[in-house]
Write a protein that binds this ligand. Structure first.
Ligand code: WT7
Length: 659
């Protein structure tokens, strides 16, 4: 590595591409270039290859049933269990190998490792404990947990007894927890006393209890003691049980994994959409697990002897698919880190990778941009030569950040997979197979084999290479969501209405992303085309944030847009009209920021709040968000001639500059 990156920079500017390093190609899991053609010719039977990665109690009769599209069914009548596939079947060969390597935030605390044997034991005990509390198959169990091993254990315990889990990101607010528990009618909650953030214990239990007070039915809660003596001395109420007691009471218990139909729900995951209410994305047992395992094997190149590190949080889909289910189904060692990358210093990830000789790193562009800003001296202090593959997910990665990652983390020896997917897709959809495909920085790559992704215009016709259009998926895939929980109608409306032709029984999935495609079929994702903001790779609905802001006393109306941000990718910009009699002042601005924090969580906090007497509106009264985006980005204003109140825009622009 040299400081002179001039040559690489020039190649990037020309849009030059990179071949997978030879040392990687030699050993890649996906090694046969014929796979693309074979999967196309042999679709949907090609996906038997994914189903073959897991064990089935009963074989499926049919790979795909399309008769009730878009309610597709995969691996019809097959019976399996995700917990069995992630644990029991590895015991004989890999029982003493490490399944889960956990690293806590405090550096002076011992890390915790669970062998497959040990993880199996605790999952069984907790599954027995859940049954003691009355949890039965199909009861939704909510988890509101930081990155501690008990979260992974709980996922697998639920899967074992056929109880779908619904994980709510620990950084979300109490209100967000209540909304999700009410929507899922979830009567069980796993939470904890707290966790560490930048060296300090943080009280999580009070937040969970505040959330519970907003749940409209009885809830039985299990509480993990994470902080020990650093805890806040909370007492448990009658409907709250200590996790440790539940485990102790079930010491040595075994719970037979229940046979689940391939189409039975494995979990729910709430995600943001255009309208206010979060959507409960439903994933199934057979299709989802096969997809997580197949993509983990072929894209992340996971092998059982690897030590694989994904720095995401299990509170998001990335952690579900690529910390827990995919890696464990393949019998590898998966890592889990509690803290942030810059505590106690900005080399913490590199220290962890060096110590455990991690073989893959899967992270987000927002993190890479932060690493870049901190400088190469941090990774340079550590031996990162154990790394074989790098991955990114969550948002587009700009070529400069790609280059930095390739050079300073991968030492030009590791392919980078830029993986495009969503909560709804269950796993990766568009990315390069790392041993087979040329890498083009900034472009996610071609669709995976057997996946039919196209870029179309508003009329649904494919656009020419280089033209911007909409990303669409034209064939179903095993990992896809099956519906939105209790809301088939919204499922159709949100994802299938735009480009499908129901009369011709032609179904096209619309993920609400813009994209362009090049002559070689490589897709560059341009970002969301709906009212969803992607902050640090996390999806937030503008409507959710707006309703939090108008809930603040003194606010009459609000509009929220995403504006570009160096590290976060996008940040939240709010434009607010005050109510008669309220002053536009710092105090109100702070209450607005606090209101968003309370309703959603710190990630949704506005970067800037601009007060304005009016919002730019069309004659029909619709807010022109595009113009507000121009202002947030400091860009030249777009066309204002269709506005009812064109003068207001320049006024807002001036106010934004002064705020
Ligand atoms: C949205 C999905 C997939 C797990 C994390 C986010 C954006 C995701 C990429 C990528 C460009 C990407 C899209 C997508 N996105 N990966 N590699 N390149 N954009 O899951 O919260 O469901 O968000 O993230 O806009 O629709 P999510």
């Amino acid at each position: 590595m040299t400081d002179d990156d001039g040559e690489l920079e020039a190649r990037l500017a020309e849009g030059e591409s990179f071949e997978p390093p030879a040392s990687f190609v030699e050993q890649a899991n996906a090694a046969d270039p014929a796979i693309y053609e074979e999967f196309e010719e042999n679709w949907p039977e090609c996906w038997e290859q994914a189903a073959d990665l897991i064990d089935w109690y009963e074989d499926y009769d049919e790979v795909l049933d399309e008769s009730n599209a878009p309610f597709y069914e995969w691996f019809v009548n097959g019976k399996t269990n995700a917990s069995y596939n992630c644990l029991d079947r590895h015991l004989e060969d890999r029982g003493d190998e490490i399944a889960l390597q956990w690293v806590g935030e405090p550096v002076d605390e011992a890390d915790r490792a669970f062998t497959y044997e040990e993880l199996h034991k605790e999952v069984n005990e907790f599954a027995a404990g859940l049954r003691d509390l009355g949890v039965e198959a199909d009861d939704v169990v909510t988890m509101y947990m930081p990155m501690v091993p008990e979260l992974a254990i709980a996922l697998l315990a639920c899967a074992r007894i056929g109880a779908p889990h619904s994980v709510v990101f620990a950084g979300f607010s109490a209100d967000a927890l209540a909304t999700r528990m009410n929507a899922a009618e979830s009567e069980y909650l796993l939470t904890c006393d707290g966790y560490y953030r930048r060296g300090d214990p943080l009280d999580h239990f009070s937040k969970a209890n505040n959330g519970l007070s907003g749940v409209d039915h009885d809830v039985s809660t299990i509480v993990v003691d994470r902080l020990g003596d650093d805890g806040f001395g909370h007492d448990l109420s009658d409907d709250q049980t200590a996790y440790a007691d539940l485990i102790a009471e079930n010491e040595g218990a075994t719970v037979e994994p229940v046979e689940r139909d391939a189409e039975d729900m494995l979990f729910l995951m709430y995600t943001s959409g255009t309208t206010g209410k979060p959507k409960g994305v439903k994933h199934t047992t057979g299709g989802y697990l096969s997809w997580a395992a197949w993509t983990a094997q072929n894209v992340l190149d996971i092998k059982p002897e690897d030590t694989y590190f994904c720095s995401a949080d299990i509170g998001w889909i990335t952690g579900h698919s690529y910390i827990v289910y995919g890696p464990l189904a393949l019998g590898t060692t998966t890592m889990m880190y509690e803290g942030t990358p810059d505590y106690p210093d900005k080399d913490r990830l590199w220290e962890i990778i060096e110590e455990y000789e991690a073989t893959q790193l899967y992270t987000a562009p927002t993190a890479i941009r932060a690493f870049m800003k901190w400088g190469r001296s941090y990774p340079d202090k550590h031996d990162l030569s154990s790394l074989r593959l790098l991955g990114t997910v969550g948002e587009p990665i700009n070529p400069r950040a790609w280059k930095w990652y390739y050079t300073h983390i991968g030492d030009e020896e590791c392919p980078i997979v830029d993986t495009w997917w969503q909560t709804e897709t269950g796993g990766m959809i568009v990315t390069t197979l790392p041993g087979l495909k040329t890498m083009k920085p900034g472009s996610a790559g071609p669709p995976l084999p057997g996946v039919d992704v196209r870029v179309v215009n508003v009329a649904g016709e494919e656009v020419d290479p280089g033209q911007a259009g909409y990303l669409t998926v034209h064939k179903p895939w095993p990992g896809m969501l099956r519906t939105l929980y209790n809301n088939d109608e919204r499922f159709i409306k949100e994802y299938w209405q735009e480009y499908s032709d129901p009369e011709a029984d032609e179904w096209v999935y619309f993920p609400e992303d813009g994209a362009k495609i090049d002559d070689n079929g490589y897709i560059t994702v341009l970002g969301r085309v709906d009212d969803v903001i992607n902050v640090s790779g996390h999806r937030l609905g503008t409507m959710e944030i707006e309703s939090a802001i108008v809930g603040v006393e003194g606010v009459a109306e609000a509009a929220v847009v995403g504006g570009s941000h160096d590290i976060k990718g996008e940040a939240v910009y709010a434009y607010v009209i005050t109510e008669e009699g309220y002053e536009e002042n710092e105090e109100l601005r702070q209450r607005i920021i606090d209101g968003v924090n309370e309703a959603i969580g710190p990630i949704a906090k506005p970067e800037s709040v601009v007060f304005t007497p009016e919002l730019p509106k069309t004659r029909s009264g619709k807010i022109m968000r595009r113009l507000l985006e121009n202002i947030a980005n400091g860009e030249e204003l777009g066309n204002t001639s269709t506005l009812r109140n064109p003068d207001v825009v320049e006024d807002i622009q001036a106010r934004a500059q002064n705020s």
